[in-house]
Design a protein around this ligand. Structure first.
Ligand code: ADQ
Length: 467
């Protein structure tokens, strides 16, 4: 028995090095972090879109010590434009995050989405052996479970939906609501990040499909589909060890020394759901209202480039850079620049050094399926405060954070004062509270539990169960 993972994004992306050879670099993001270790331990196949170098079809990874196979799917330019940029990022993503004014529903894009899902399902079926378990990820591949089920009625299929599942009145704006639900319900086990998302999903099954549902289950003919809240964890041991490493401690100290002020940290993909302009407006209002903070607090915004081809994302970048320029133009003074803006990803070591250096971490999405950054900060910081949006799924699990409403610019600015004045003892208690919760829901347990419940304990080797 082996695991076949399907995701839009590949775990390692090809980069042409100075020597002209292709090297494989781990992709930034939660999915690679979550599943690469288990695939490295157990082997198996990962099926993903070959965004670049489509001529390379099969590769064994990681490069240094190959442990599993990646089947790379070349998609046509039209399918990428219509399905990925169109239906996925222009319809499903905004709709699921409650940005209905940005959602565009186009028949041609839906047709391409179906074609791409068909391509993934065919690739999985072509390499599956009896007893293999399929684990499909995220909104780009919602139809895949149904397509695999049709060809293999007895297959074990799991699905994880990584973004919010919105309230029914939002979901039913989608012209293909039935088809999307039918596709997902091909799975045996559907995981989401919060109980609210699973409730919304069950309501959609009842109201859109007329299906019979109970707590955490949907009946579809003779089959029962489990629908559960299983928030993804982080690799606690790695984060804690990295945060305690003297090299990181030293790096964090250097970051603090260079700033010579208190540090507010923000780390996001540059996406309109993450609330970056609203947060910058709150920081500006904070500086306006508290002149004493000028020269004593710096906001460091690290933004990873994302979906740069899409006009909405290019506009957001321009907007954010304009706001950063405006705040710096208005408030900078000798030797102090209020906002430091980095438009790039950080490697893991740099990232953890930033988490350690920060006096407060601002995670203020307008809507977020979960938000791993909040968890990573809680695992790494020794004396910082986490400000966390009530609209991030992770807020359910991190009671030690200070809850903020990202739409309330004045409120956010007052909360900043509270965070920066918090006594060290309280900060430590809050961090420890969060770390305890995170240890109980570690990434390894998340993966192992999902696979165990999907496959049934008897069929799985011990290592896969985290034993
Ligand atoms: P994302 O929207 O990408 O994920 P998030 O959960 O924050 O958001 O994960 C981002 C990952 O990328 C984190 O592991 C973080 O460390 C890393 N990252 C972010 N900015 C970075 C930077 N500047 N440099 C380096 N690394 C950076 C989607 C959903 C989320 C859900 C995850 C996992 O939108 O809600 O939590 O999937 O399910």
């Amino acid at each position: 028995m082996a695991v076949i993972v399907l995701s839009n994004r590949e775990p390692y992306a090809p980069r042409t090095g100075p020597d002209g050879r292709v090297h494989w670099a781990a992709s930034i993001g939660g999915l690679t972090t979550a599943l690469d270790p288990v695939m490295q331990r157990e082997g198996g196949t990962w099926i993903a879109w070959a965004e670049t170098h489509p001529e390379i079809r099969t590769v064994h990874l990681p490069e240094a010590q190959p442990r599993y196979r990646v089947e790379r799917l070349a998609l046509s330019e039209d399918d990428v434009r219509l399905s990925y940029h169109g239906f996925c990022n222009g319809a499903l993503w905004p709709m699921s995050h409650y940005f209905l004014e940005r959602a565009q529903y186009r028949r041609e894009e839906w047709d391409a989405y179906r074609r791409v899902n068909e391509t993934f399902a065919q690739a999985a079926l072509a390499c599956a052996k009896d007893g293999d378990v399929f684990w499909v990820h995220d909104y780009q591949l919602a139809l895949v479970p149904g397509l695999i089920r049709r060809a293999r009625p007895d297959a074990r299929i799991g699905f994880f939906w990584h973004i919010p599942w919105p309230a029914q009145d939002v979901f039913r704006t989608l012209p293909w609501d039935r088809e999307l639900l039918d596709g997902l319900l091909g799975a045996d086990l559907i995981g989401m990040h919060t109980p609210a998302y699973t409730r919304h999903f069950l309501e959609a099954c009842t109201r859109t499909l007329g299906a019979e549902t109970d707590v955490g289950t949907v009946r579809i003919g003779a089959r029962t589909v489990q629908v559960e809240a299983r928030p993804i964890g982080i690799d606690m041991a790695t984060f804690e060890a990295l945060a305690a490493d003297p090299v990181t401690v030293d790096r964090a100290q250097r970051l603090r020394d260079n700033l010579r002020t208190l540090m507010l940290l923000c780390v996001d993909r540059l996406d309109y759901t993450k609330g970056i302009p609203e947060r910058l407006a709150a920081f500006s209002s904070f500086l306006e209202r508290h002149p004493a903070a000028r020269g004593r607090v710096t906001l460091v915004q690290v933004a990873v480039p994302s979906r740069e081809q899409a006009p909405a994302y290019r506009q957001l970048r321009t907007q954010v850079e304009g706001l950063v320029g405006r705040i710096n133009g208005q408030f900078s003074r000798d030797g102090w620049t209020p906002v430091h803006y980095l438009y790039r990803g950080l490697d893991r070591e740099e990232l953890v050094a930033h988490y350690r250096a920060a006096d407060a971490m601002l995670v203020t999405p307008l809507r977020d399926g979960l938000n791993l950054v909040a968890k990573e900060f809680a695992a790494s910081s020794q004396d910082g405060v986490l400000l966390l949006s009530r609209f991030a799924g992770a807020a359910d699990e991190l009671p030690g954070a200070i809850e903020v409403n990202p739409y309330d610019v004045d409120g956010l600015s007052s909360t900043l004062i509270r965070a920066l004045r918090m006594p060290l003892e309280e900060k430590k208690i809050r961090l420890e509270q969060m770390r305890q919760a995170l240890r109980q829901r570690d990434l390894r347990a998340w993966t192992a539990d999902f696979l165990r419940d999907l496959a049934g304990t008897a069929a799985l080797p011990g290592a896969l169960l985290g034993l």
